[in-house]
Design a binder for this molecule. Structure first.
Ligand SMILES: Nc1nc2c(ncn2[C@@H]2O[C@H](COP(=O)(O)OP(=O)(O)OP(=O)(O)O)[C@@H](O)[C@H]2O)c(=O)[nH]1
Ligand SMILES: [Mg+2]
Ligand SMILES: [Zn+2]
Length: 367
């Protein structure tokens, strides 16, 4: 393989991507992967190594269209224009994402925020200390399922607390068929198991709330402290996250990881499939409900409610399911109205209004 091709293969490029790239190739563009995104400035990795990049005006414009994949996100494959040996490039197009991790933007308007693109595995990281929260784990799993990547649960800080075994068992029950790894970035426990998921050419994104140890685990995988970590206490004093941007990191051992800032306000933006896959036990029970479209809330008779009454289904889990179901219903309604408003506005004011980037409602760089 020529050096450029092997460099791209390290980043996860392959024949299927190359197929899609044909027209861009003919136009003299080169493929590159987004490693860092900072407002309008990007760092790309590609056959030429690392280059900085900006987004072409035309793409910036097109990104406002409803059906568009939007602006490039970490993990995206892009078509870049670069002259000769220049270290600067212009991103002309974003290749369609195969998978993604996305969440709803905080604030009133419903919009999707893509956290990471083209990941093979979504590692949902939780700490086994007192912050352990099954309901939160389920929420993250819904998001992971919906984005199309393989979810894996990582329970970190196994070196802390006396309830490790108990919490791990509860997580395994909640996770269903999703693998659960008990780990400690401090002692190295579970790191080999975790490493097995970071295969050469594959991309693993770590998500979870702030302080669970995502960056610490990545440092372990890398074999060096490349990502800043901060004690949870110190972090609270400053009131912010330690990792403040998303970054795609190439591990020396092959394989790619995406570090993400912890999520504070966690909103989801998911379809019903994510819910079904996260609660397969409830989906299975639902087969016994009288009505095919049973919501398992107020209907009677209902096999899911029966299972709660008999203790076969955990009440907390059932309530968590109902809560997520309500949230999803609310979101899809809000999304419908939002789409309608956007259409109306566009009809009135024409395309020009969309040249402005949507206002960032997330309250700064830590979302
Ligand atoms: N005891 C123990 N502490 C850990 C472990 N992993 C991480 N920590 C500590 O937990 C704190 C937070 O770790 P980080 O890696 O910064 O957490 P993070 O998930 O990257 O946080 P954000 O970047 O804010 O999202 C640091 O003080 C780490 O040293 C572990 O396995 N055991
Ligand atoms: Mg971090
Ligand atoms: Zn039912």
């Amino acid at each position: 393989m020529d050096p450029v091709a092997s460099e791209l293969a390290v980043l996860g490029w392959g024949p299927a991507w190359e197929n899609e790239f044909g027209a861009f190739r003919s136009a003299g563009l080169e493929p590159a992967r987004v490693a860092v995104e900072d407002k309008h400035a990007y760092v790309l990795l590609g056959g030429a190594g690392e280059v900085t990049a900006t987004v072409a005006g035309r793409l910036l414009h097109e990104a406002q269209a409803e059906a568009s994949v939007g602006l490039p996100k970490v993990g995206d494959w892009v078509a870049a224009a670069r002259s000769g040996g220049s270290r600067e490039a212009v991103i002309e197009a974003v290749l369609p994402r195969r998978t993604r991790l996305a969440r709803k933007l905080a604030g009133r308007e419903v919009a999707e925020q893509v956290l990471a693109a083209n990941l093979d595995t979504a590692m949902v990281v939780q700490s086994l200390d007192a912050t352990f929260n099954l309901r939160r784990l389920e929420r993250f799993l819904v998001m992971a399922h919906e984005g199309g990547a393989r979810p894996v649960v990582v329970l970190n800080k196994a070196d802390l607390g006396e309830q490790v075994a108990e919490r791990a068992r509860a997580a395994v029950r909640s996770a269903g068929a999703v693998p659960v790894i008990v780990a400690s970035a401090r002692t190295g426990q579970g790191l080999e198991e975790l490493r097995a998921w970071v295969r050469p050419g594959e991309t693993v994104a770590l998500v979870g709330t702030s302080g669970v140890g995502k960056s610490s685990l990545i440092n372990r995988l890398y074999g060096e402290d490349i990502q800043a970590t901060l004690e949870v206490r110190a972090r609270d004093a400053k009131g912010r996250h330690t990792t403040t941007w998303r970054e795609l990191i190439v591990l020396p051992s092959g394989g790619l990881v995406i570090d993400t800032p912890g999520m504070r306000e966690f909103h989801m933006w998911v379809a019903d499939e994510g819910l079904e896959e996260t609660f397969p036990d409830i989906a299975e029970l639902a087969a016994g409900c009288r009505f095919r479209d049973c919501r398992h809330a107020s209907e009677a008779p209902c096999a899911v409610k029966d299972a709660v009454a008999s203790g076969k289904l955990d009440r907390g889990r059932y309530e968590s399911y109902l809560k997520l179901q309500r949230e999803l219903a609310y979101l899809s309604e809000e999304r419908r109205q939002h789409t309608y408003q956007v259409r109306k506005r566009r009809a009135k004011t024409g395309v020009r209004a969309f040249l402005r980037r949507p206002k960032d409602r997330s309250g700064g760089r830590t979302y």
